[in-house]
Ligand binder design. Structure first.
Ligand SMILES: Nc1ncnc2c1ncn2[C@@H]1O[C@H](COP(=O)(O)OP(=O)(O)OP(=O)(O)O)[C@@H](O)[C@H]1O
Length: 310
């Protein structure tokens, strides 16, 4: 069987007396972007710092390409790239000097360093700034250099901690495109609490709360985690509330305007088809009908409270 790109087993970490994460388990087997979601203090940074070998866990194990991070750290780390929240840039070096320095830190073969630096600059769209001091680059380009240092040694797995923080809207779009591009041939774990970022960038989601995994699935599965139970409809010929309540499955009718209503329903959204049929049969003049999808914010809020409610 193929080895997982990353496998996290029974990972727990305690700062002095308080457990920050407790028995985290997951595997990533595929290329693409995995979003690591969670509210403030959920345990994202602790998890990522352990995975990247910056923090030693209290319990559990991390395997990168089947290599134990605690038993063979140098070998395991050759397969990881990391862009922390504050990119580790040296402002007084130019882009070439900095990326060469990073490639050497990664113990790359001397003969490969030059071509690796050229390739990563091309990939990250910074070749034209090779001789520019990092301090003189815009925030978006500094972030590109940050991403370049994370992939210069061509790792199978890259961790990006809130990579669009502090960028302007155009830079955010560009960096998201770059992340998707570098995830075509590796797996990227991206930490964020911006839900629009998850929607725009991620293929899969892991969500942690109170130090434990509360959701693991695709972005579509996350999107459909809560079944909608309301729809809105507009009628030109003003049926009465009593008539509308006769449609099987409708449990509440909330007027929004003279012609528009929100309907709460149970028993599946077949009820919308029945509403259309009743409207045709009774001449209610249905002109609009829309299922109300649950927003990502609401799904996030419900998952955030999940452990407390259980
Ligand atoms: N160095 C530390 N010493 C003690 N407690 C810590 C330390 N770092 C984090 N914690 C605690 O561990 C828990 C998890 O924190 P962590 O930083 O991993 O969460 P996070 O999900 O990354 O949050 P954020 O989104 O705010 O960065 C929190 O309760 C936090 O207060």
């Amino acid at each position: 069987m193929e080895k997982a790109i990353i496998k996290v087993e029974h990972l727990s970490h305690r700062y002095s007396t308080q457990w920050a994460i407790r028995d985290i388990n997951f595997e990533i087997n595929q290329k693409g972007v995995v979003g690591l979601l969670g509210s403030n203090g959920a345990g994202k940074s602790t998890t990522m710092n352990i995975i990247c070998g910056v923090l030693n866990q209290t319990e559990g194990e991390v395997y990168i390409n089947g290599i134990s991070l605690s038993e063979r750290p140098v070998e395991a780390k050759q397969n990881i790239g990391f862009l922390p929240q504050k990119p580790p840039l040296y402002a007084d070096l130019n882009v070439d000097e900095y990326l060469t320095y990073c490639a050497n830190l990664r113990l790359m073969d001397d003969k490969q360093v030059r071509s690796a630096v050229e390739e990563v600059k091309r990939r990250c769209g910074i070749s034209h700034f090779s001789h520019r001091l990092i301090r003189n680059l815009s925030g978006g380009y500094q972030q590109r250099v940050g991403i370049a240092q994370a992939i210069v040694h061509n790792p199978a797995f890259v961790v990006l901690d809130e990579p669009t923080n502090g960028l302007d809207p155009n830079q955010i779009v560009e960096i998201r495109e770059l992340i998707k591009e570098i995830a075509k041939d590796r797996s990227v774990l991206l930490s964020t609490h911006i839900l629009s970022e998850v929607q725009a960038t991620c293929d899969y989601i892991r969500m942690i709360e109170h130090g434990q995994v509360v959701f693991a699935g695709t972005i579509d599965e996350f999107d459909n985690y809560i079944e909608p139970d309301t729809f809105v409809a507009k009628f030109e010929n003003q049926p009465t509330k009593e008539e509308l309540l006769q449609v099987r499955g409708i449990i509440q009718v909330i007027p929004l305007s003279e012609t528009k209503y929100r309907f709460r329903f149970e028993g599946g959204n077949d009820v919308m088809r029945r509403m259309v049929e009743c409207s045709v049969n009774n001449g209610w003049g249905l002109s609009e009908i829309t299922l109300e999808k649950i927003s990502l914010d609401e799904i996030f809020a419900q998952l955030s409270g999940k452990k407390e409610n259980e």
